[in-house]
Design a protein around this ligand. Structure first.
Ligand code: S6P
Length: 602
């Protein structure tokens, strides 16, 4: 059986031929599965007793570590690869800010280091030794550690190395595994230079969890809207679970399963309200962005605080998910690096794509109206005091540069708009007239669902923090929906698979074989692997030397190449040579059109 996180979701089987409104509807249905997946009687899901119990236990451990008297020695560290690592970073940032302690209590590690917060770094995901070393370094000087390893697929070797290190040092670490597959579906494939697989590590941890020496939080959330794209539900669920745990540990004097459930129910309600009030906004921005992409334009996001961070995260995920260029989608935050608060500080010297300040966006727009006329800019503001609104209202650097490109009375100009996330009764702020579109998303819609009323066990600052977190989720759903839908509309997705993926780590190597098999009727897994190798090495025969080389060798050969998987699919379907397949594909600009025409898949 395929792990749930790698399975195609029937809800989005025809997302590639859906219109924007239909796409949003499908995304909504998929997101709702986080809270109430259907037909899963035998699996643990978010509201299962075991999951809630584990969350409460972890919150108790966290609370002890944060507030105990020798607290200088304790640390809560979260870690992961790709989106999982980015959410780990965001949670550390959020709760360090919330606690305002002189000594930071929350930390993160991410495979590939801080560069991975801005550009995708897939290969380090497979490196369990570096995972272990990163953890050791991050924990220097601390003797009591709550470690939360996040891997949606229960598969990342980087996280396996860290979990294993925790289990070897139980006097120092309490390990937690957070992901979205049952243990039996954890990855059981060799990890380079190691005798253990992820499955083995997860089973050891499961055993320890029977005595509360480790914890397992792994509700099933069903397949992603775009198969395997764990930046979506996986990332959202990670954020929701971690925020719930840390709100309990930092802002509730007393808590049990019932309080945990109340917070989660607010997220569920927010998801429902978001789609009720934001579907039009998402489908409109999705269409405009697709229009930009088709004219070789770009999508920019700008926001502040958590909404700014999430815009940058969403942008960073587009190259690995959709083969987008680093410039296609970019995110910016008011205040830049000092606001971002990542471990390694300002990385702007690494290049254009590491410049994240809203002033950098202002400079980019300074190239003039003609240079950006095909682009789309979305300003996301949370509440009336959001600094990004000030930028606009007071005509600061960003505001005046936007006015310069969007305020002109010409037929073709940059599409600029604001998405305002406001409380139910908040008045609409005054905004400059050159902003062509203003969407308002109001939460909560009914009074019963405010954090203060539904979660009266939280301190008032805790309830405020929860409110911000709920708004942030809306911002995440908004960004994810817009960028996913725009890439779908651009023809990047075939059925609900991103077929033109980069074969740049073990997970993606195996996913590629699965995709080739699925779209090449009648071939076996071995044959699919063979076609993949033929495509990677640009040959028509795979000899023994090639076929027995390590997966690492294959990945290194494949990573710099384009259209590896589509080429293999066309070879398999048309029983043709590598050259013929490449020639056939080169007739098409859009991969989805190519596969529709060149294969027999219905
Ligand atoms: C996001 C994308 C990747 C994953 C990364 C870690 O859509 O799928 O960046 O975040 O591969 O995956 P996992 O399963 O260990 O969380």
């Amino acid at each position: 059986m395929l792990p749930y996180t790698e399975a195609a979701n029937p809800i989005t089987a025809d997302i590639d031929i859906s219109n924007p409104k239909e796409i949003v509807k499908k995304l909504e249905e998929c997101d709702k599965e986080m809270f109430s997946p259907k037909g899963l009687d035998k699996e643990k899901t978010l509201f299962s007793e075991d999951i809630l119990r584990a969350m409460v236990k972890v919150a108790e451990v966290a609370k002890k570590l944060i507030f105990q008297s020798d607290s200088g020695k304790s640390l809560i560290i979260m870690s992961g690869c790709g989106t999982s690592g980015r959410i780990a970073f965001m949670m550390a940032r959020t709760f360090n800010r919330f606690l305002k302690l002189t000594e930071k209590k929350f930390a993160y590690t991410i495979a590939g280091g801080d560069q991975a917060l801005f550009t995708s770094q897939e290969a380090p995901e497979d490196d369990r030794e570096t995972g272990k070393n990163d953890l050791i370094k991050a924990c220097e000087g601390r003797s009591q550690i709550l470690y939360i390893g996040i891997t949606c697929g229960l598969s990342a070797p980087y996280v396996a190395g860290q979990l294993n290190h925790c289990m070897e040092n139980p006097e120092k670490f309490t390990p937690v595994l957070l992901g979205f597959n049952p243990v039996r579906l954890a990855r059981d494939l060799p990890i380079y230079g190691w005798q253990k697989t992820f499955l083995k590590v997860a089973q050891e941890l499961e055993l320890l969890s029977e005595d509360d020496k480790a914890f397992l939080i792994n509700p099933v959330v069903m397949g992603e809207a775009v198969t395997g794209s764990s930046r979506m539900k996986g990332g959202s669920m990670t954020k929701i679970i971690l925020e719930t745990i840390f709100l309990l540990s930092t802002a509730a004097s007393d808590f049990s399963i019932s309080e945990c459930k109340k917070i989660l129910k607010l997220y569920e309600e927010t998801c429902k309200l978001f789609y009720e009030s934001a579907s039009n906004a998402v489908s409109s921005w999705m269409s405009w962005t697709a229009h930009s992409f088709n004219a070789d334009g770009h999508l920019y996001y700008v926001g502040s605080n958590g909404a700014g961070v999430l815009g940058i995260i969403d942008a960073t995920e587009c190259p690995p998910t959709y083969g987008a260029t680093l410039d296609d989608v970019r995110g910016f935050i008011c205040g830049g690096y000092p606001e971002y608060e990542n471990n390694e500080g300002d990385l702007g010297q690494l290049g254009e794509n590491y410049r994240i300040n809203s002033d950098d966006l202002a400079e980019l727009l300074g190239r003039g109206p003609d240079a950006v006329k095909h682009d789309t800019l979305i300003i996301v503001a949370v509440g009336l005091t959001d600094p990004v609104l000030k930028e606009l209202q007071e005509n600061k650097k960003l505001g005046s540069s936007i006015k310069n490109v969007a305020g002109k009375d010409v037929a073709e100009k940059m599409k600029v708009g604001v998405v305002l996330l406001l409380e139910k009764d908040a008045q609409l702020p005054e905004l400059p007239s050159f902003l062509s579109e203003i969407f308002v998303i109001r939460l909560p819609i009914s009074d019963e669902v405010t954090p203060n009323t539904a979660c009266s066990f939280l301190t008032s600052t805790g309830a405020e923090r929860l409110k911000k977190s709920l708004f942030e989720c809306c911002a995440k759903w908004f960004y994810n929906g817009t960028s996913t839908g725009a890439h779908v509309r651009k023809g990047k997705v075939y059925k609900n698979f991103m077929v033109d993926l980069k074969v740049s780590n073990q997970k993606l190597f195996h996913r590629s074989i699965g995709i080739i098999k699925r779209f090449s009727p009648g071939i076996s897994e071995d044959e699919a692997r063979n076609f993949l190798l033929r495509s990677i090495y640009e040959v028509d025969d795979v000899d023994m030397t090639l076929s027995s080389s390590s997966i690492l060798t294959h990945i290194m050969a494949a990573a710099p190449k384009d259209k590896v998987v589509p080429t293999a699919i066309v070879m398999a379907n048309r029983k043709c040579s590598f050259q013929e397949s490449q020639r056939a594909l080169s007739q098409f600009r859009i991969i989805r059109d190519a596969l529709q025409k060149l294969t027999q898949i219905k």
